[in-house]
Design a protein around this ligand. Structure first.
Ligand SMILES: Nc1ncnc2c1ncn2[C@@H]1O[C@H](COP(=O)(O)OP(=O)(O)OP(=O)(O)O)[C@@H](O)[C@H]1O
Ligand SMILES: [Mg+2]
Length: 282
């Protein structure tokens, strides 16, 4: 059966379908253009709070970067992702994506961002089906009140299938999401983030709940999406090892960026060693 696919990004679909990539140049070229994401002197403050949660954040991120963000619980990692998304108030500073303010043009900008929320859980009685949850981002991209098309469904299904690894687990596309295991839910959330064919992926501990095999295969898929489809990936992680495909590492502590360096420099730095030692001593 041929499936009609309405794609925004041919390279993205090639990666998801597991096509041969030899025709593409997979080297990440140095990007001399304007940064894709810019945060300047940002303080993020939650409503009703007296003090900001993030202080003086300055970041320039180019298209095609693969960044890991690490830091202790409560340091502000999720807050940083949601600041980039433009869904939190700023006390000062500005956040721009492709030169546009996320606070002014957030709903348009967010159509091109896939976001995996940390540790989402569903009421076991929720009537929502997996297929509905996996297509939320697709509907967002099409526009409110526009019906999903057959192609949207095909892409969302393709995304879940590639994450699901069909040799291991059953097809749960038609099941209520509240009845899935933690790892299955995580894959549906990832499928939804991918289904929008985003330019930017913001992943908040995407490997939580996943078994070691799923972690490996999903990380490999992310690397391909990054290197071939040039999707910028910003990933919060508690993994002790920073994979070599990650090009940049950011450490956050108490709401401040204390390290922001290329991976090679970062993992050999005193601050990274101190952080790793602190985490390993319990
Ligand atoms: N809605 C909110 N209102 C007020 N404070 C909040 C809100 N959400 C988070 N915070 C606070 O902001 C700080 C940073 O939280 P954040 O969730 O960004 O941490 P994190 O680094 O993602 O931690 P974890 O590793 O546990 O996920 C914490 O002190 C938290 O209590
Ligand atoms: Mg968090």
């Amino acid at each position: 059966m041929t499936v009609y696919i309405k794609s925004y990004n041919k390279r993205f679909i090639s990666v998801i379908k597991g096509d041969d990539f030899s025709e593409f140049n997979v080297n990440i070229s140095e990007n001399n253009n304007k940064p894709q994401i810019v945060l300047k002197n940002v303080n993020t403050i939650y409503e009703g709070e007296r003090y900001p949660t993030l202080f003086d954040i300055n970041l320039k991120i180019n298209q095609g970067e693969f960044i890991f963000i690490i830091g202790p619980n409560g340091s502000g990692k999720t807050t940083l992702l949601e600041t980039i998304l433009g869904i939190l108030p700023l006390e000062r500073g500005m956040v721009e994506i492709n030169g546009e303010s996320v606070l002014r043009n957030g709903s348009k900008i967010r159509k091109n961002i896939g976001y995996v929320i940390q540790g989402i859980e569903f009421d076991p009685q929720t009537p929502f089906l997996v297929k509905t949850a996996a297509m939320v981002s697709r509907s967002g991209r099409n526009g409110l009140l526009k019906r999903n098309k057959k192609g949207d469904r095909a892409i969302a299904k393709l995304c879940l299938d590639v994450l699901r690894n069909k040799h291991e687990t059953e097809d749960y596309w038609d099941r209520p999401i509240g009845k899935l295991s933690g790892g299955m839910i995580q894959k549906v959330m990832l499928a939804n983030a991918l289904a929008a064919e985003p330019d930017i992926l913001l992943l908040d501990e995407p490997f939580a709940n996943l078994d070691i095999k799923a972690r490996h295969s999903i990380f490999k898929l992310l690397v391909k999406l990054n290197q071939i489809a040039k999707i910028t990936i910003i990933c919060v992680s508690h993994e002790a090892v920073i994979p070599k495909e990650v090009n940049r590492l950011i450490i956050i502590q108490k709401g401040r960026i204390i390290l922001d360096e290329k991976r090679e420099i970062a993992i050999n730095s005193e601050k990274f060693r101190a952080y790793s030692n602190y985490m390993a001593n319990y």
